[in-house]
Design a protein around this ligand. Structure first.
Ligand code: ZN
Length: 142
């Protein structure tokens, strides 16, 4: 187990414009406001997206790109450090035209149609991610 107590910091609410890449847009906000720990939530729609499913057998992501308009039913994430950079880890659920859902780990390549988000920042610096041999994932190391 890994656990750290934080004090609540500032809360941000905003939107990203049509065509903006979601991870880029959120990372830009985090850099500009020196957000080094916290949570992210959001909703809206995308015109294309790339999500992944981590295959525990092969210890690698199966990635899938969707070139279609989808609703962002829920986007949720946290903020920590990876390779000395502040890193948003984001998971998402999309709804498609037929109302079916797809979801997973959000990768770069997701273009905003409309996106509204909140970032709740914590005071101080969050965990640093390091490679974990048991899972094949970059997990919080402390
Ligand atoms: Zn993930």
């Amino acid at each position: 187990m890994i656990l750290r107590e934080f004090k609540a910091g500032r809360i941000y609410q905003g939107s990203l414009g049509k065509g903006k890449e979601i991870i880029d847009g959120l990372a830009e906000v985090m850099r500009r406001h020196e957000i080094t720990a916290g949570t992210i939530s959001g909703l809206g729609a995308v015109s294309e997206a790339q999500i992944g499913y981590f295959n525990a057998q092969t210890k690698s992501y199966i990635k899938m790109v969707f070139h279609e308009h989808m609703e962002i039913v829920s986007l949720k994430g946290n903020i920590s450090f990876k390779d000395n950079e502040v890193f948003p880890h984001l998971h998402v659920v999309f709804s498609r035209k037929d109302f079916s859902m797809v979801g997973g780990h959000l990768f770069e390549g997701s273009k905003v149609y409309a996106f509204e988000f909140e970032i709740v920042s914590f005071e101080g610096k969050s965990f640093t991610r390091g490679f974990d041999k048991d899972t094949g994932l970059f997990l919080w190391k402390g």
